[in-house]
Design a protein. Structure first.
Length: 313
């Protein structure tokens, strides 16, 4: 029997409707959700992540994809692509991502990536332009840890420091809103409007870390105080490449990856509502991953964690 941990999103309430209107609404919902492989912390999640092969994780509600992998079709509909680093299993599909958005007459995408790889990425896309004889319209923005990109009035993306053999970084997506300052709480709407018209700042910016994505990294990113918001985001998407002693914790660190032992040793750090574990080595089978998580993770952490096993079953 499938558990809540393994059950694909979008299946609850798939019973018969009470009428044609209900049936139509259910059909629309099922069509919209059929690509979702998980629903965690209120977010439907699409994509695939197999270590060394491809990683692309898509959050349709945010219009964001983390890494392009080989460009799974659904990542094409993300307006913003956040590249954690430029190894081919994470960036190889970026040309197809940009080209397909053009083919579908979607707006040119924004690609965020480590500043140190901005020039090389430009060279990569220029080569694809020459091969494809197309414009490949997009906007590539290099950002560094601590810097931000404003998607719109509701969401901002910040980069945070990770460690990998090539320049790398993770990302936190913040939900933002304006909240009335306590000093003005008793005023009427017209009074507040007059203050605004007079140039008074009557609100404070409030932000909540909604989603964090690590990309490929050693486990010591968790120890960096500057990365605290990633550890309290509602949803954390975190790599866990190795789950047994066939590759030691030391060797995982040498390769620039996270071992399950890194996570276990820091189990008390995770304040997230839900954690999606990704990038398991292709050497493992799905049942081996599930068994290792159940056997090794402390119960409280295990209950938060869901493995992304698309491509393993």
């Amino acid at each position: 029997m499938a558990t809540a941990r393994d059950r694909p999103a979008g299946r609850e309430g798939d019973g018969d409707g009470d009428g044609d209107g209900d049936d139509a609404a259910q059909k629309r919902t099922k069509n919209r959700d059929r690509h979702a492989v998980h629903e965690l912390a209120g977010y439907k999640i699409e994509g695939v992540s197999v270590g060394g092969r491809e990683t692309s994780v898509v959050l349709p509600a945010l219009g964001v994809a983390f890494d392009s992998g080989r460009c799974p079709q659904r990542c094409v509909y993300a307006d913003v692509m956040c590249l954690s680093h430029t190894h081919m299993d994470h960036v190889g599909g970026c040309g197809m991502y940009i080209a397909t958005r053009g083919l579908l007459s979607l707006t040119p995408p924004t690609v965020l990536l480590p500043s140190a790889r901005r020039e090389a990425f430009g060279t990569f896309i220029e080569s694809l332009r020459a091969l494809d004889d197309s414009e490949l319209n997009h906007r590539a923005i290099g950002i560094d840890p601590g810097e931000r990109y404003a998607m719109n009035k509701l969401f901002e993306i910040a980069a945070f420091r990770t460690r990998h053999p090539v320049p790398s970084q993770g990302y936190v997506v913040y939900g933002t809103k304006q909240k009335l300052k306590p000093a003005y709480a008793g005023l009427s709407g017209p009074e507040i409007k007059r203050l605004r018209d007079d140039g008074e700042q009557v609100t404070d910016k409030v932000e909540v870390p909604e989603v964090a994505f690590t990309g490929d990294t050693t486990g010591d990113w968790i120890d960096d105080p500057a990365n605290a918001d990633a550890l309290r985001a509602k949803l954390l998407i975190m790599e866990c490449t190795f789950i047994d002693d066939a590759v030691s914790k030391h060797d995982a660190e040498r390769f620039g990856h996270t071992h399950i032992d890194d996570i276990v040793a820091r189990a008390d750090k995770f304040q997230n509502e839900a954690i999606l574990l990704i990038h398991f080595s292709a050497r493992y089978k799905a049942e081996e991953v599930r068994a290792a998580l159940k056997a090794k993770l402390p119960r409280a952490l295990y209950e938060k964690c869901t493995p992304m096993l698309v491509g393993f079953d």
